[in-house]
Ligand binder design. Sequence first.
Ligand SMILES: Nc1ncnc2c1ncn2[C@@H]1O[C@H](COP(=O)(O)OP(=O)(O)O)[C@@H](O)[C@H]1O
Ligand SMILES: [Mg+2]
Length: 484
Amino acid sequence: MNDDGSHSLEISQMRKSFGPNQVLKGIDLTVGKGEFVGLMGPNGAGKSTLIKILAGVYEASSGTIRLGGSAVRSLADSPDVGFIHQDLGLVDWLSIVENLSLGTPPKRLFGPILNKRAEREEARRALNRVGLKLPVDMLVGDLTPGEKTLVAVARVFDRGAKILVIDETTSTLPPAEANRVIRSLSAAAESGATVIMVTHKLSEILDASNRVLVLIDGELVHDTPTRGLDRASLVRMLMQHEAAGPGADSLAAGRSAGEGIIELRDVWLGKLGPVNLRLNAEEVVGLSGLPGSGLHDIAFAVNGNLAPDSGEVIPLRPGLKRALVPPHRESQGGFSTLTVRENMSVSALPRWRRIGRLIDPRRERSECADIAGELSVKPRSIDTPFDVLSGGNKQKVIFGRALLRQPDVFVLCEPTRGVDVQTRSEIYRLIRELTAKGAAVLVASSDAEDLFSVCDRVALVEDGRLQPLRHVSELTASELELMV
Ligand SMILES: Nc1ncnc2c1ncn2[C@@H]1O[C@H](COP(=O)(O)OP(=O)(O)O)[C@@H](O)[C@H]1O
Ligand SMILES: [Mg+2]
């Protein structure tokens, strides 16, 4: 067998059902050495399911997997294949070096004496490969999300993987950190590794991949070389069931704002300040900034989660209600042991109170189901455990929770992080509906497209300072691009 065949991956007629839900409907796919394959598709399309079958987490209902020509049940036992799942699989309370050596045979000097020095040396080399300069004794829990991802990448390389399978690990990272991860994956592909990466980010696909797969409703509907594609053609491939793309969502330009709803006056908070900001009804204000700029602290201050060190947060309406979509939905958002319905209704329960403390369960159900339907949460049933939802669908449920509260002010941190192209345009449409109904919306996002697409006024947060707000309609696209 030649070297090229030795780690080619062939999948044929792979099917998978969860109960009555047919999630993969006969996938055929061959991936050769050195390919960088981008796997895209709407939330709930079956991408993670496919990858979990390859990883041996789930068993396919039928179909075959071949690695280097031999039939295998999964790729889990092959030293040539490494997986990085959405939840990275790192242990926060262990150090980097301990995480890197987890599950590998310990290095021994002789007999039972471990060679700690060799382990640390190797850990340093592994970090170097992915461009991380951190002490190997640092606890993984103290790393930024991007650094954690790079440690997970380093661990996979360190074990000699020649095929890397990465499920949406970049979608929750700030752009600069995502770029670091993509760069180290590209470098691996250039030196002969095979990379299969799930992402919703068009720019990552266009920059890094040489082949794009699109999975929709459990079927591979596109398999094309990346060369020759641009953003518009990719969006068309992804939205083949949808008439209008995000491009059709034009700016809400020229609308005038309503009355003031809430105001930050001379707010100082940690390294943030002074911040003066007034949010008005019927208006979307968009703030952007680098991680650590204080961007999300402004959002938390508006929502009342963080009290300012000095200055005031002044509600301009009696009984003002606020709702927050937090930036890290995995850790700050959902309750994994509850259902979709429970996750949505948790902060709106008083609305369905009939007499005393009794909740009207029928109204609760029907309102949750309406919102889940409007957001096209998949699977359809609101009794689904939150746990089994894909990342993008989790985001929709957290969004649904904010909607159910019917607040005067929506504070949306990274509202489109990790969602697919179609959900993104649904979320933009929803945000515009909210303001049409009189709400004030604050979007705090590191994604330029969020500012372009829904905001009326935008500003940068730089080193704790809020720059002056400007109307989006006054900015040119390139000025806006420069802002992020
Ligand atoms: N363990 C599970 N039990 C039941 N349904 C599941 C399970 N895992 C995934 N699903 C369902 O399979 C479908 C595809 O999910 P997933 O593969 O996570 O989508 P993607 O990664 O493309 O967003 C969804 O409808 C999801 O709810
Ligand atoms: Mg997924």
